[in-house]
Design a protein around this ligand. Sequence first.
Ligand SMILES: [Fe+2]
Length: 296
Amino acid sequence: MIKPRRIGHATFETPDLEKAIAYYGEFMGLIVAERDQDRAFLATKVGQLVIQLNKADRAHCIKLSFEVAPDSDFGELARELSKDGVRSELRNDAVPGMGQVLSFKDDKGTTIELFKEWNYLAKHAQVAGIGPFKLGHVAFFTPDIQRTVTFYERVLGFRVSDWIGDFFCFMRCNPDHHTVNFFTGPDVKLHHIAFELKDFMHLQNSCEVMGQKQIPIIWGPLRHGPGHNVATYHRNQDEQVVEFFCELDQMKDEELGYFEPRPWHRDTPQRPKLWTPGKTSIWGPTPEEDFHRTQT
Ligand SMILES: [Fe+2]
């Protein structure tokens, strides 16, 4: 079984590379670690690569990378993938700080790259803007959610953390409540991408920055039920929904099977469960109409 330890970076195609670099650099507070005419690589202030931008005709999230254990044998992982009918190849995408990757597509056509070696790109740089800790999770619309969830369970060893109805699934690969989410939709596209902030004060500060920059908050601040994270949502330069969050539920021990107890849990212990649509917030406003606008 392949066991991703964490998400690495997400790769976006974007029609306006300069605008995207300005958003992720000046507003988000990521460091441009390397760039050329058609690509840019952005890292957190800690130095982890989190976003790759490729100039293209459309705005689309095309690839996710996941870190596997340093002693992983890519040949063995490739054989395991092939037993599941997944064709993979060893590649070197010349991503700064990263060596060889094992590349394949998931059931919905998103490229997945597994890596086991990486270097810090810009250690503890001072940043303007928000300066998130890390890339937390990426959510996709997918036309066959059961097939996608089964793929991530069977092929990549993810576990289901929560469902909302039968159309929204949260999945984990480490103590974080979710690293990928899937939402039923007619086409494969990004639902939202989420960055973890330090704490509620950091989240409040991000709201002040959005206020200064006149970036509308389209949902939140609120505390979710699934994951119990405090969150806000806005749109980036390509109209994609971006979440900032803190205080996400942690499953510290899989054998215990419950999330670390928190005062805001209504179920004690809080185990993975099925949530009722429309009743998934602990507190906070309902989404603005713009939150539901599907990006083109
Ligand atoms: Fe999220």
